[in-house]
Design a protein around this ligand. Structure first.
Ligand SMILES: [Zn+2]
Length: 440
């Protein structure tokens, strides 16, 4: 553990620390001149942090991505602009990016959280970390970079893309830790195999920035011969390092709840759901300075679980993200998360792990979901026929989702591979040419 005193804190000590920090956060927010969160707190009848307990949390106001957009670029700052030493963010779908600010102490906190994630994956100061997350406004690259330095490891800041060069660096430098998106891990695994250099040095991979399933975990582990671990974060909260899996259990992500208080709430009503029930994750940043957020609604769906872990950490675990409130497709009245389709597709060994869902909305009265997949290229002999695969997948998808999904089995190489950033898993087809060659 990078910070055992914090990561293995007894439950009562942790709760007392969280309560103390929550009170200080509320006082800090109330003191921001003209602050949006201050106004909401006063509307909720909260005029001081004193006396608040963790049980009061559900009656405190939420913040949302909309608040960040409305306050763009510096509207929600809780410190003078001069104290901001860095900004990060994500390109928004609505045109405006989501921009977040960091003080020097915020960057230090972020580095420590990423160092915790790396240590949880088994990284040590002797490790070489091949960091293929994109560097830039996106938090993935620089977050892991700073965390690796904080841990004292050697970081290779290769960023995303230029896959041939990555293969060379992995072969020559023999890193033990790989960090990138899970879709790029697949791309790298394929490229290493094609180049005849199956990696032997990599021991663990820390894959995040997009939701992925245990079926994809199995595929990546097979392809790269490493332990594939999940990491979670979002720039609004701090970036990667909000939560990470430990190599000992690898069955959920320990949330760094001494700094990021987590709740799961009903995505529609906003009321807390019990542990073990999937809900929308809501985070309160307990110690951040530049952009402290009270009860930020992430839109990410996961379940929380409190149980002893063989690694010794006492931090609550969140399940892998099972869906995004925003990615949910509504097809003929049925709610579908792309990850549910992924679980079915990746369980079929005759299929390559890349896929694309096409929402065919050319005729709005006849919405159709098409799962576009490829056959594996190796070991073609003895595989079931195209028709057999298509029909068995269609019946399994109907059973799992309660919805008919058309399956299109395409030649290898048809699905676009991810070189940089996050994989595109869903495309809309509202008219004109199909979004993929070979699709009728
Ligand atoms: Zn653990």
């Amino acid at each position: 553990m990078f910070e055992p005193d914090a990561e293995a804190m007894p439950a009562e000590t942790l709760a007392a620390l969280q309560q103390d920090r929550l009170r200080r956060l509320v006082d800090l927010l109330l003191a921001v001149p003209g602050g949006l969160q201050a106004a909401r707190l006063r509307d909720a009848g909260v005029t001081s942090g004193a006396g608040l307990t963790l049980a009061d949390l559900p009656r405190l106001p939420f913040t949302t991505k909309r608040d960040l957009w409305d306050g763009y670029p510096f509207g929600l700052l809780a410190v003078p602009r001069e104290e901001v030493v860095a900004v990060h963010g994500s390109s928004g779908t609505g045109g405006r990016p989501t921009l977040v600010a960091y003080t020097r102490d915020d960057l230090r906190l972020w580095s420590r959280m990423c160092a915790r994630a790396l240590a949880a994956a088994g990284a040590t100061p002797a490790s070489i970390v091949h960091n293929a997350y994109g560097y830039g406004l996106f938090t993935g690259g620089l977050g892991i970079h700073q965390g690796a330095i904080e841990l004292g490891a050697t970081v290779v800041p290769v960023s995303g893309g230029m896959t041939a060069r990555q293969v060379t660096l992995i072969t020559d430098l023999k890193p033990d830790i790989l960090t990138c998106t899970p879709s790029y891990a697949l791309r790298l695994g394929e490229a290493l195999t094609e180049a005849g250099h199956p990696s032997t040095s990599l021991r663990a991979g820390i894959f995040g920035a997009e939701p992925w399933t245990d079926a994809l975990r199995a595929r990546i582990q097979d392809l790269l011969g490493l332990r594939a671990l999940d990491i979670y974060g979002l720039s609004e909260i701090i970036g990667p390092g909000v939560a990470a899996e430990c190599v000992e259990a690898a069955d959920g992500l320990h949330v760094n709840e001494d700094h990021f208080l987590v709740e799961a709430v009903d995505p529609l009503t906003g009321t807390p759901v019990p542990d073990g029930t999937p809900g929308e994750l809501v985070f309160t940043t307990l110690t951040k300075q530049a952009l402290p957020l009270l009860r930020y609604r992430t839109g990410d769906i996961a379940a929380l679980r409190r149980a002893p872990c063989p690694c010794g950490r006492t931090l609550v675990k969140m399940s892998k993200i099972t869906g995004r409130k925003d990615d949910m497709l509504v097809i003929r009245g049925v709610n579908v998360y792309p990850s549910e389709v992924e679980r079915v597709l990746l369980a079929e060994p005759a299929l390559a792990p890349d896929y694309l869902l096409v929402l065919d909305e050319r005729d709005p009265a006849q919405l159709r979901l098409l799962a576009c997949v490829e056959r594996v290229t190796n070991g073609a002999a003895g595989l079931p026929s195209v028709t057999d695969i298509e029909s068995s997948l269609q019946s399994r998808l109907r059973e799992t989702l309660g919805l008919s999904v058309a399956v299109a089995l395409l030649p290898p190489g048809s699905i676009p591979r991810t070189e940089v950033g996050k994989a595109v898993r869903v495309r809309r087809w509202s008219g004109g040419e199909p979004p993929l060659a070979g699709l009728a």
